[in-house]
Design a protein around this ligand. Structure first.
Ligand SMILES: NC(=O)C1=CN([C@@H]2O[C@H](COP(=O)(O)OP(=O)(O)OC[C@H]3O[C@@H](n4cnc5c(N)ncnc54)[C@H](OP(=O)(O)O)[C@@H]3O)[C@@H](O)[C@H]2O)C=CC1
Ligand SMILES: O=CCCC(=O)O
Length: 361
């Protein structure tokens, strides 16, 4: 396994990185290419050569020379839109598609091209990213009618950054590989704001050469990237992380409500938690709005419940007991039944309030 992290301490790019920037982003003027300063206007401060722990080195520069800079992006929701936007702002040649076409318009205004199906995007691009809601939509867009696979061929790459289960990822990988193209799964840790800020964490697995080729693109959209081996490992890592997160949020919700019920100020609880061993940006960021009973959507509750469901399936596949996650999953299901699917996942606290108001008879 390897991990590369974006450095905040250097304005300079290595020559390898510079070559790859130029290769992927042909709109970068030649006079800028000659300078050892990264030309990306939004994300100037990184180098590709900082390693956290790995003996692997990237030799993507020479391979990148064979790849032109046409990038497809399928799925422009909360995450896909800012990710694609960062690629466009970095000067990359991006072609977009979304089921609901109107969501393409802001990106088209920024310079993106548009195609009317995933198939057409894949056919016209060298590497196509997909950021879809769930396994069903990831499958439909990748291998359904007019899906990306039907536009794929040898030399192309498909990078699925959606959160899905390993079986879905392997199915997509098999169909993409059958066309002669390469597949990488690359789900992300980090939410709406990190997506906007290019601070996502990529959990990749699959074709190592494709990983190396798209590394400069991942570095535009993210702050670090892990290569985890075979297809399925990236999905598994993502599901374990989100299983922990879903349980943490459910437990935090119980704490907020209990503190209030025993006469404490929940705002003080948030402050106390922020100074101790269980401090988490999630609690500090979401806590104040949860106390106000407002849940501006960064990570939709329906997706958190989907991830818990998939994580429980993963645990079941290896007979691993996960009673805490199972209980949390039930709470998110209650929240969904109260119409909170499209609220932020912190709205799970409302399920506990509902339970309090309607105790079992
Ligand atoms: N939001 C977050 O904080 C994070 C989300 N994720 C994961 O990333 C993925 C996307 O999340 P997010 O952007 O928040 O989700 P959104 O719900 O905002 O976007 C979902 C996207 O999937 C598309 N879609 C849904 N169903 C279909 C379908 N049947 N056919 C074609 N397209 C479809 C939507 O198209 P349309 O616009 O037409 O509805 C939209 O582009 C999910 O897997 C999620 O778990 C990962 C990390 C963080
Ligand atoms: O999948 C969603 C992850 C959200 C986050 O990491 O904050």
């Amino acid at each position: 396994m390897s991990c590369l992290v974006k450095s905040n301490y250097s304005h300079q790019l290595s020559s390898t990185a510079m070559a790859m920037c130029s290769s992927f982003c042909p709109q970068i003027p030649n006079q800028l290419r000659a300078r050892p300063i990264c030309p990306f206007p939004t994300k100037p401060q990184f180098t590709l050569s900082v390693k956290a722990f790995s003996s692997e080195t990237s030799n993507a520069s020479s391979k990148a020379d064979g790849l032109s800079a046409r990038i497809g992006f399928l799925g422009l929701g909360i995450m896909g839109s800012p990710m694609a936007q960062n690629l466009i702002k970095a000067g990359c040649d991006v072609t977009v598609w979304n089921r609901t076409k109107i969501k393409c318009d802001p990106l088209i205004s920024l310079g993106a091209k548009y195609k009317s199906s995933p198939q057409e995007v894949a056919a016209s691009c060298d590497v196509t990213f997909a950021m879809l809601a769930n396994p069903e939509s990831a499958l439909e867009v990748a291998i359904g009618e007019h899906g990306a696979a039907s536009g794929m061929s040898s030399g192309k790459g498909y990078v699925d950054v959606s959160t899905v289960d390993g079986a879905t990822s392997k199915l997509i990988s098999g169909r993409i590989n059958a066309t002669g193209a390469s597949f990488l799964e690359a789900p992300v840790s980090g939410s709406k704001k990190p997506a906007e800020d290019g601070q996502l964490i990529f959990l990749t697995a699959g074709d190592k050469s494709l990983y190396e080729l798209v590394a400069p693109l991942l570095d535009i959209m993210g702050k670090s990237r892990f290569f985890l081996g075979d297809v399925g490992n990236g999905a598994a890592m993502k599901l374990v992380v989100n299983m922990i997160m879903g349980s943490m949020m459910a437990s935090f919700s119980e704490g907020l409500l209990l503190s209030e019920k025993v006469g404490l100020d929940p705002s003080v609880l948030v402050e106390v938690v922020s100074q101790g061993a269980i401090s988490s940006p999630m609690y500090s960021t979401k806590g104040p709005s949860m106390i106000q009973s407002t849940y501006p959507t960064a990570f939709p509750l329906k997706h958190q419940q989907k991830d818990l469901r998939l994580a429980l399936g993963l645990a079941e596949s290896v007979s691993q007991p996960t009673p805490i996650a199972a209980a949390a999953n039930e709470l998110y299901k209650v929240a969904k039944s109260h119409g909170l699917s499209d609220q932020d996942f912190s709205a799970v606290i409302e399920a506990l309030k509902a339970k309090l108001q309607n105790p079992p008879k």
